[in-house]
Design a protein. Structure first.
Length: 282
């Protein structure tokens, strides 16, 4: 998982550098040169190509989660196919944009690949959101705490999935509604960032949702050996975060006390300390 996050971070950094380079070239270095406004520069690499790669990677991550929940190979295969198709179309759009290198011709000559990319991205996001909500809602356990956790996961899925699907839909609407303008490039520029943040929000919320929104209290344990306990207090602080296997690491306090003379109950376990009528061992 950490390699996926690292990879997305590197891709997002590269995209930011490329977009900054194009902006500086167009509006600073070539200031006053009107024909340069029609040059796409590295737009093909920074927007459709990298956005297609990032969106495909994030969608495949959620596809795997859906497969774990549903155990349905055909559903996972369909979503995976849509994700790979839109990712491939995004790369194809990027290649065509680099070859055309003119804003006035991109929408006409790269119409098919760009349409498949944007429609596929929105469709895949909607399929993921619906599937996650459906299979999470079927996880009835009868336990109130578990149902609250499931409700939080459903809400998070709807919120994150709706954002990316909405922006992709706006992008395709601008692309089809204004064929002679490039209004669609504005939402297209932020698509990759939205997908990356969707993944990070999902991963970061595991700690908050798993703990019910609050820190877990420490656990106190008393250790008994042969009816007696040691007089040392052991305290170990563990990081309050999830391990790689998804388990919650908590602070454990082991509090043991030594008593040389205990009166035992019928089961042989320490019951009451001599000299203290109110002090019971627990």
């Amino acid at each position: 998982m950490k390699y996926i996050v690292l990879g997305l971070y590197l891709v997002e950094t590269l995209q930011t550098v490329l977009v900054t380079h194009d902006a500086f070239t167009t509006f600073a270095r070539d200031f006053g040169n009107v024909p340069s406004l029609n040059v796409a520069h590295l737009e093909g690499l920074s927007t459709p190509m990298l956005s297609g790669i990032v969106s495909c990677a994030v969608q495949l991550f959620f596809t795997y989660r859906i497969f774990i929940l549903s155990k349905s190979r055909w559903l996972a295969s369909v979503i995976c196919l849509v994700a790979l198709t839109q990712g491939g179309a995004g790369i194809a759009t990027g290649v065509q944009t680099l070859q055309i290198n003119a804003w006035s011709k991109i929408q006409l000559e790269a119409f098919i690949s760009c349409t498949i990319w944007l429609v596929g991205a929105a469709t895949c996001d909607i399929l993921i959101a619906i599937s996650m909500c459906y299979y999470l809602s079927r996880s009835e356990t009868g336990l109130r705490s578990t149902q609250v956790l499931i409700s939080k996961l459903i809400r998070l899925t709807i919120e994150t999935g709706t954002v990316t699907a909405t922006v992709a839909t706006i992008d395709i609407a601008l692309f089809l509604g204004f064929p002679h303008n490039n209004y669609h490039t504005a939402p297209a520029l932020i698509l990759a960032k939205l997908y990356s943040n969707t993944l990070l929000v999902t991963l970061n919320n595991r700690l908050y949702i798993g703990s019910g929104g609050a820190a877990r209290p420490p656990v106190e344990l008393t250790s008994w050996v042969d009816g007696k306990a040691e007089n040392n207090r052991h305290r170990r602080q563990l990081p309050d975060q999830h391990g790689q296997d998804g388990t919650q690491q908590i602070e454990v306090i082991v509090d043991v006390q030594r008593a040389d003379d205990w009166s035992n109950d019928s089961d042989g376990y320490p019951n009451q300390l001599k000299g203290d009528k109110n002090g019971y061992a627990c």
